[in-house]
Design a protein around this ligand. Structure first.
Ligand SMILES: [Zn+2]
Ligand SMILES: [Zn+2]
Length: 210
């Protein structure tokens, strides 16, 4: 098992309001250099926009792990929880593998660790030649995983999110789509705003954060 002796720097903070509880302060952790500085700042801003009143700050954290091609998601989320802590969305360019699902490793676009508040997304399989589309996909998968951190669950009804796309919590049947079609139909189809039902849940569950 790889050892994650990690060095990271706390180098910028997007203050949206006063800090409250763990979920309201997000650490957006750039693991290595999967995206450039301008891109991670744009992602931080969009995430803040998607959770108005629920995220008071999005802090960008640079984290320098050993370079790996693929990593067991569980190992990465545990390391982030221990080394950075709090509410986290990690961005990596390593393939995220899930060993719990079956006897063999399976990859994931993103995931969330249910034992803590750590979610991670991987650029590995969602990057395209179009940087705008790659970042949009990263953001959409990231919003989905952060939605889980706030207690949101999947829906398969393709609820409109009000900005013309599906709600980020929309989920398709991966086995029916296959990887390529899933990315184009489900991930690209999502918007950057949560649907009315999800917003209602956030208000009921986390309204005190606002
Ligand atoms: Zn999910
Ligand atoms: Zn929704």
């Amino acid at each position: 098992m790889a050892s994650y002796g990690l060095a990271f720097s706390l180098d910028s903070m997007h203050e949206i309001g006063k800090p409250a509880d763990t979920l309201s302060r997000l650490n957006l952790v750039r693991i290595g250099k999967p995206v450039n500085r301008a891109e991670v700042e744009a992602i931080a801003e969009r995430i803040g926009d998607a959770f108005p009143g629920f995220l008071r700050s999005v802090r960008i954290v640079d984290y320098e792990p050993p370079t790996v091609d693929e990593i067991e998601a569980d190992l990465l989320t545990q390391a982030l929880d221990q080394e950075v802590g709090g509410h986290i969305l990690g961005i990596t360019d390593a393939d995220l593998l899930d060993r719990s699902a079956s006897d063999f490793f399976r990859f994931m676009f993103g995931c969330k660790d249910n034992r803590n508040h750590v979610a991670v997304v991987s650029t590995r399989r969602i990057s395209t030649a179009d940087p705008g589309r790659s970042i949009a996909r990263l953001l959409k998968v990231g919003l989905h995983e952060l939605g889980h951190n706030f207690g949101l669950t999947h829906h398969y009804s393709y609820e409109s999110a009000g900005d013309g796309g599906y709600c980020p919590m929309s989920k398709g049947d991966y086995n029916r789509h296959g990887e390529r079609s899933y990315k184009r139909s489900v991930i690209d189809g999502r918007g950057l705003r949560f649907c009315r039902a999800c917003r209602r849940f956030l208000n009921v569950a986390h309204g005190q954060l606002a």
